[in-house]
Design a protein around this ligand. Structure first.
Ligand SMILES: CSC[C@H]1O[C@H](OP(=O)(O)O)[C@H](O)[C@@H]1O
Length: 369
């Protein structure tokens, strides 16, 4: 793996152009260029990843993070794995691709987009080897490459559609609170929860955004505050424990967050702290919205209690801000996500429209056609 300290625009999809937001993932034809989000906002480093293992590590270590971005990265990881196959038979190639997918599936457990993208790549691999007109491994690899590129391109349009559907919920001058980073950095572009903020800006609507800092990894402070400020959107950074006071002052008219997995009954797994925010919003009579692409809705998972919740290292909590901030040997509990019961959710905003209670029926209906 090499690190490009220099800012080098990509040949296929531009990493960044003047006035344009950063891209977290740029496919370069034979490798994946991944923005190391752990270093933002101070340092912009694109990592050049040539192997599945490097992509696995990138996801696991949260160099790339955010449910849709994790799925996209995994899809490119499958391409890199397929390219590395040295046999010449379809059965061996397919078995190898499945093994690569199985390995990438162990990188992080909660965001269902990872498994969604891997399932899609496996399905495409199966189709490729049975399509009569393509018979070379190079053709199958090229087919998987096209599929991964399509996943990324579709995500940009999906996010834009989420923004379009959400926009009528936000009026000029409203205060909107968000948690973690469900923005362009977590997706191909626009984000999920941040998409309406970008669309509002395009339409001359002024929103006053409050970004929770989001302990312990600080995605709100390092990423949401960064990307909204870069875009010229009015954003105020809050410590997580300030949300209640800000709501009590009447400064917040809506909360919108992203999600890593929506269960069939409408329960939502999202960044730790989301559940507390939803309860606070309910107590203050503030609508609580979840922005979710269909790829994040998991009808196979019945309720929030069935969603696997990732627990991360104690050091994320004890070594914050570049130094030790807790005593040696202290017991730590560090769940990366929590589950918000659907009773606290006003609506789930998807690329196909806005879903409200009863969530079980209405989420299922989304997939009917
Ligand atoms: C657009 S979904 C973003 C989603 O991902 C975050 O998790 P993480 O930073 O740990 O990957 C968080 O739950 C966000 O809502």
């Amino acid at each position: 793996m090499s690190e490009n300290k220099e800012w080098t625009p990509a040949s296929s999809r531009e990493a960044s152009a003047p006035g344009q937001p950063l891209s977290s993932l740029v496919w370069k034809g034979n490798h994946l260029s991944m923005l190391d989000q752990r270093l933002l906002p101070e340092t912009i480093v694109m990592l050049d990843l040539f192997t599945t293992e490097e992509v696995w590590e990138g996801i696991h270590a949260m160099k790339v993070r955010g449910a849709p971005a994790i799925g996209m990265a995994a899809a490119y990881g499958v391409v890199l794995g397929a390219i590395s196959y040295r046999g010449n038979d379809s059965a061996g190639w397919l078995e190898h691709v499945h093994a690569v997918c199985g390995h990438l599936a162990t990188s992080r457990p909660t965001a269902v987009n990872l498994f969604w993208a891997l399932d899609r790549m496996k399905k495409r691999a199966g189709e490729l080897v049975t399509e009569a007109e393509v018979s070379q491994i190079e053709d199958w690899n090229a087919g998987l490459e096209r599929e991964a590129i399509a996943i990324q391109a579709e995500d940009e349009e999906v996010c834009r559609q989420i923004g379009i559907h959400a926009l009528p919920l936000f009026e000029d001058g409203m205060g909107v609170l968000t948690h973690c980073n469900a923005g362009g950095l977590a997706t191909a572009k626009y984000g999920t929860a941040l998409a309406p903020m970008y669309l509002a800006q395009e339409n001359g609507i002024h929103l006053k955004v409050f970004a929770d800092e989001t302990r312990p990894v600080l995605q709100g402070a390092r990423l949401t505050a960064f990307e909204l400020q870069q875009a010229g959107i009015d954003v105020t950074l809050l410590c997580d424990n300030m949300a209640g006071m800000v709501m009590s002052k009447g400064w917040v008219q809506a909360v919108i967050v992203g999600t890593d997995r929506v269960a069939a009954n409408g329960d939502v797994a999202n960044k730790i702290g989301t559940y507390s925010l939803a309860v606070l919003a309910k107590a203050h009579g503030i609508p609580f919205y979840v922005a979710s692409p269909l790829s994040t809705i998991d009808l196979q998972t019945a309720t929030g209690a069935d969603i696997p919740i990732e627990e991360r290292s104690a050091e994320e909590v004890t070594e914050s801000f570049g130094k030790r901030t807790a005593p040696e040997g202290i017991k730590v509990y560090n769940p990366a996500f929590d589950v918000t019961p659907h009773k606290y959710i006003t609506a789930i905003i998807t690329e196909k429209g806005i879903v409200q209670a009863p969530f079980s029926e209405n989420l299922t209906a989304l997939f009917a056609d």
